[in-house]
Design a protein around this ligand. Structure first.
Ligand code: MTE
Length: 312
């Protein structure tokens, strides 16, 4: 399958027209200077040299990436997001930035990424439910966006929140829902600043479809998919570890780190292997799950000294 590189993708496919008009407003609203150098994790220079590891496995077909989804705001069935997410209004899209940073306030999401060119990243994507895909995302390294917001030295974690809009998201109205909306996720600052961590704005060379988390969603390829929070409307820098939605619902089953780890089973199923989509009942297409989803060389160092057997 031929995938175009970011340079070949017409800007209009990746970025709505307004991005271009908003670039000037950006400098005004954010008063942007060069990013802060005093951030944990990898420095700008190291990030520039970083090689994104190639994934040789075949891409998961687009119709599965955009048709088999977890986005509980639209329902719990894998087909619900594609069926109902067209109701979601994604423009304008305001984002609240708060907490331990210099640039806080409400912004248009376009302003937060203005002037940045999306890159294409082909990543393995491993859900905690033991299915997996290989997905050609396009997006911006999260570090580039966070640097703009100038987190201060008290910022040890960053928390993300999904839109709460029950009139457009039928799953948020469901009375039997066990989720205390809105959906929340978090990363440690060094995880957030790692060059593999992506804020995706597109997939398969097109703007992100609503069911995949339009207009922007996180992608953290070495963690179980639930960390990759969709349709983000708030970014908060904090000194305390956030309590993410799945940890809140089932703390014995889901933790904060959620690093892909074949050696630590989910209490109700094995994590040693995964079903690579597409698969049928006859051909389940099982394959071994890799530590850190195959990104151990790049990220294992983030967890030096941590007990990985408890790192779920
Ligand atoms: N983000 C929100 N807001 N709501 C969700 O239900 N599901 C998570 C994650 N992000 C979810 C979410 C889970 S469990 C997975 S596996 C991925 O989104 C699925 O992403 P995809 O549908 O693009 O494959």
């Amino acid at each position: 399958m031929l995938i175009r590189k970011p340079d070949d993708i017409p800007g209009s496919e990746i970025t709505p027209e307004q991005h271009f008009h908003n670039r000037r407003t950006l400098v005004r609203t954010l008063g942007l200077a060069a990013g802060s150098a005093l951030l944990p994790g990898i420095t700008r220079a190291e990030a520039d040299e970083f090689q994104v590891p190639a994934v040789d496995d075949p891409l998961t077909p687009e119709k599965i990436v955009t048709g088999f989804n977890n986005f509980y705001e639209f329902g719990t069935d894998k087909s619900d997001p594609a069926r109902y997410a067209h109701r979601l209004t994604t423009s304008p899209w305001r984002v609240t930035v708060s907490g331990e940073a210099e640039k806080t306030g409400e912004f248009d999401y376009e302003d937060l990424i203005a002037g940045m060119t999306p890159e294409e990243r082909i990543y393995r994507f491993r859900c905690v439910e033991a299915w997996s895909m290989v997905v050609p995302w396009s997006g911006i390294p999260l570090a580039d966006i966070l640097r703009r917001l100038e987190p201060n030295s008290r910022a040890r974690y960053v928390e993300f929140t999904t839109l709460y809009r029950p009139e457009e998201m039928p799953g948020q109205k469901a009375i039997f829902s066990s989720i205390d909306w809105p959906y929340v996720e978090g990363l440690r600052m060094d995880e957030a600043m790692h060059p593999l961590t992506l804020m995706a704005t597109g997939v398969y060379g097109k703007p992100l479809p609503n069911q995949n988390g339009a207009p922007w969603r996180l992608i953290v390829p070495w963690k179980y998919g639930f960390k990759s929070i969709k349709s983000i409307v708030a970014i908060r820098f904090t000194s305390r570890e956030p309590v993410n939605t799945w940890q809140q619902i089932a703390p014995r089953e889901y933790g904060f780190y959620a690093n892909v780890n074949p050696a630590v089973d989910h209490p109700r199923w094995s994590q040693a292997r995964e079903r690579r989509l597409p698969s049928t009942l006859l051909d389940q297409n099982w394959m071994p799950t890799l530590p850190f989803n195959g990104y151990a060389d790049q990220v294992a160092g983030l967890y030096d000294g941590m007990d990985l057997s408890r790192n779920f």
